[in-house]
Design a protein around this ligand. Structure first.
Ligand code: GYE
Length: 348
């Protein structure tokens, strides 16, 4: 076996620990009350013969349609039928909850920890604890900025700098097609959770392109936490402060939905025939429908279906094979021209 410390108590021992932790949790007095796994029931606790791979998953929250699809993809891959016992913990967008969940997984001696870090910094200590316990960590979706890269075994996610660049390149080409490449262009940006990979990298990527255009002016970038409610609030503020917005960039679809409500209330239209150019990220079904209707100009896809990749990585590690450290998922760009052929098959 690859991770020798785990053999000290063996898989059966870990099942017993899991059972013990679970009874604590049910009694409401255990160390994990704040990180109650959502899907664990006493009859689900695996027995020794099943020989399941126990995985603790700290998901950062449930703030967006994308996030729900990401959780589902992982839950659908790491099933009992596929040989896994998955403990799911929702951190509700709080780093402290994720740290608690990870510590809980360590004391249960799970076989693997997977987690999506809400923000990039602040993980060195807890991941060192996981390493010391001999538990491999697989990062999913967002990244962690670590002093020591050996604190995680693999990462599965998107190239979000490239996503930001795709948004910039699309805008470049669009303005050119419209004969507006010389015009002064005012841009506002609804950003995601401050310090998250998605916010940092999409911002950097777009700026990589924007800096080539002295006539593009980013009037304001304001965080709206990836939620519809915040997206609406921040867009209202933009509309109050700026009367000459040409482009709205929203770093996810949920904020876009909120921004659209705010603009609609002011009688402002968006999209191919609208007053404002609207650029979004994620490409969930409801947003793709708005692309098809010409209300969102372009949606840069971010692919949440990462469960299969994680399953493959764990299977390889279980059989002693090496794995790639970085695993980037495939993504497209959707406009009115190509969106209809993908709409039918979009499940989230
Ligand atoms: O774009 C957003 C979510 O980290 C890529 O997080 C993810 C982002 C996604 O809340 O909708």
């Amino acid at each position: 076996m690859k991770f020798p410390n785990k053999n000290i108590i063996g898989r059966f021992g870990r099942m017993m620990l899991l059972l013990l932790c679970f009874s604590f949790l049910m009694a409401g007095c255990g160390p994990f009350q704040d990180v109650v796994p959502e899907d664990v029931h006493s009859e689900d606790i695996p027995d020794e013969e099943e020989n399941l791979v126990v995985v603790g998953f700290s998901q950062l929250g449930s703030e967006s349609v994308w996030r729900t699809a990401n959780s589902e993809s992982i839950q659908e891959a790491l099933t009992r039928e596929n040989g896994f016992f998955l403990e799911f913990s929702n951190a509700r967008q709080k780093q402290e909850n994720q740290i608690k969940a990870i510590r809980g997984f360590i004391s249960q001696r799970v076989d693997y920890i997977i987690f999506s870090p809400v923000t990039e910094s602040g993980w060195d200590t807890v991941l060192q604890e996981a390493k010391d316990a001999g538990i491999p960590v697989i990062l999913v979706d967002r990244k962690a900025s670590l002093e020591d890269d050996s604190l995680y075994t693999a990462w599965v996610g998107s190239d979000m700098i490239s996503e930001g660049e795709k948004a910039g390149i699309w805008l470049e080409e669009y303005l050119q097609k419209e004969g507006r490449e010389e015009e002064e262009i005012n841009i506002v940006v609804l950003q995601g959770t401050v310090g998250s990979s998605a916010q940092l990298e999409r911002t950097t990527g777009f700026q990589n392109i924007a800096r080539k255009h002295s006539n593009w002016h980013i009037l304001k970038q304001e965080p709206a936490d990836f939620t519809t409610a915040k997206g609406k609030e921040v867009m209202e503020m933009f509309l109050k402060n700026y009367t000459d917005i040409d482009v709205v960039i929203s770093q996810n679809d949920d904020m876009t939905f909120g921004a659209l409500q705010a603009m609609d209330e002011e009688g402002i239209t968006t999209g191919v025939d609208g007053d404002i150019i609207l650029i979004s990220f994620d490409a969930v079904r409801e947003a793709l429908e708005l692309v098809s209707q010409g209300i969102i100009n372009v949606d840069i896809e971010c692919n949440p279906e990462q469960g299969e990749y994680i399953m493959e990585i764990i299977r390889k590690l279980e059989s002693g094979e090496s794995v790639d450290k970085e695993n980037i998922v495939e993504e497209k760009v959707f406009t009115q021209e190509n969106v209809d052929e993908y709409l039918d098959t979009r499940t989230y």
